[in-house]
Design a protein around this ligand. Structure first.
Ligand SMILES: Cc1ncc(COP(=O)(O)O)c(C=O)c1O
Ligand SMILES: N[C@@H](CCCC[NH3+])C(=O)O
Length: 426
């Protein structure tokens, strides 16, 4: 069920009209629906209900606001983090260390130490140097670090090349062909306790076959590792399930089908199953609310210039990604649509959200919403052109709150320092 619907001609987030949020919080603003977050999280727990033990670890990188993490923490969610910063966010949102998995190709010793001291479910180790460093850090603290090796299965995820992670040429994980050798060393190293195998092949996957191929390889490896004497009792199968962005013509597989695939490929191994979905939980739980600054009509091309820009939502500029753009005030039935180039105010031609997008009549002051902007939206934003980071709002039923205020330009400038030796003012 969609929690962003028109009621009485006005687009709502749950029971709150978006126009009310725009009035109260200004624009551009990311708006998240707590009900959608909960529902999407539960789709995954239900998809794994056949497993004796499982944990759904939300990929914090997709949407890391404390309020969003708190909604999921209250559901009992685990978290997948890729930096000391994300680890701290998860802990601050109340997630216990034993529900946090630490992924990422470049964990530093300081980050390892912080997670070991604060508690961690497991490290997904991505290279041999990292494995040896973790062994040293854990030994120096007198503890054992639970570990899984992230294997790179050399599978084509058939997604955008910038977000595919499971091919041999990608920086992620250890080639699966080397895994047995690495596990042998891992088992010998002090301070490490082998728990399982980890794999993540990419993001925004819209068919299940690449997962099937990768998980089949993980199943074979698990049997081989057990044959080598390792106790493998946990499989972390990563995230990556895609969402419909162009809602009119995309229908990626459902979590339930994904869960059935997991059961089919690795279900007979008796392992605890972990997954790390990000986008499917947060993507369609958020939209970006923006106002039209100007309608600039030209020779055969009309530009809708918004107060949101590439610095707020970089996906179209970075990946050529599509986001549905809808008016907040529902178009009159039968209103004629015409093509607009929808752009932001940033001084780059790449600051274009959509070219020749058919939209109902629209002009200065109108509100629009970008759908599916909850994942990899606010988290990837910047202050380019000294544009304050967009505000973030959480809606839950008929209540809403600003969960990250827009900074003032004064506060942004005040973060910087001019050294006294620069004699900048003459
Ligand atoms: C290790 C890891 N886990 C989980 C995710 C979450 O992926 P998604 O948001 O596509 O579900 C990612 C991002 O691709 C990742 O790199
Ligand atoms: N930022 C990417 C997804 C990256 C996934 C990272 N593991 C996107 O918006 O599609």
């Amino acid at each position: 069920m969609d929690h962003f619907l028109y009621r009485g001609g006005a687009l709502h987030a749950e029971d709150v009209p978006l126009s009310e949020i725009a009035e109260g919080a200004g624009t551009p603003t990311f708006v998240y629906s707590a009900a959608t977050l909960r529902r999407h999280y539960r789709l995954f727990t239900e998809a794994l209900d056949w497993a004796e033990a499982s944990l759904v670890c939300f990929a914090v990188k997709s949407c890391s606001n404390q309020a969003v993490l708190s909604v999921l923490a209250a559901e009992g969610a685990g978290m997948d983090v890729v930096s000391g910063g994300e680890y701290a966010r998860a802990r601050t949102a109340g997630v216990p260390g034993e529900r946090i998995v630490f992924s990422g190709v470049g964990k530093t010793r300081d980050e390892m130490r912080a997670a070991l001291e604060g508690g961690v479910r497991q490290f997904n180790v991505e290279s041999e140097p990292e494995m040896r460093a973790l062994s040293e850090v854990a030994s120096s603290l007198g503890v054992e670090a639970p570990v899984a090796l992230r294997v790179n299965p050399d599978v084509d995820a058939r997604t955008h090349e910038k977000i595919a992670t499971g091919k041999a040429e990608n920086k992620f994980g250890v080639p699966i062909a080397r895994a047995r050798e690495v596990y042998t060393e891992m088992a010998r190293l002090p301070g490490l306790r082998v728990r399982g195998v980890d794999v993540h092949i990419g993001s925004q996957l819209t068919d299940l076959e690449p997962f099937e191929e990768a998980y089949g390889k993980v199943a074979d490896l698990t049997r081989a590792l057990r044959g080598d004497g390792h106790s493998i009792d946990r499989l972390d199968l990563g995230g990556g399930l895609g969402i419909p962005y162009e809602t009119s013509n995309e229908a990626p597989p459902l979590p339930l089908e994904y869960g059935a695939l997991i059961r089919r490929t690795v279900g007979d191994l008796g392992c605890e199953i972990e997954i790390e979905p990000g986008r499917l939980v947060s993507g369609n739980a958020g939209l970006l609310l923006s106002r039209v600054i100007w309608l600039k009509e030209g020779e055969g091309r009309d530009f809708l210039i918004l107060d949101a820009a590439m610095n707020d939502l970089i996906r179209p500029a970075m990946y050529g990604a599509w986001h549905d753009i809808v008016p907040v005030r529902e178009a009159e039935p039968g209103a004629e649509r015409r093509p607009f180039d929808v752009v932001g105010p940033v001084c780059e031609s790449g600051d274009t959200f959509a070219r020749q997008r058919p939209l109902p009549p629209m002009g200065e002051g109108d509100l629009v919403a970008f759908r599916s902007a909850g994942a990899y939206g606010a988290v990837m934003s910047s202050e380019y052109n000294t544009r304050p980071l967009a505000a973030e709002v959480l809606v839950d039923g008929d209540r809403w709150a600003v969960v990250r205020p827009r900074p003032t330009v004064e506060a942004m400038i005040a973060r910087e320092r001019v050294p006294d030796w620069l004699d900048a003012h003459g």
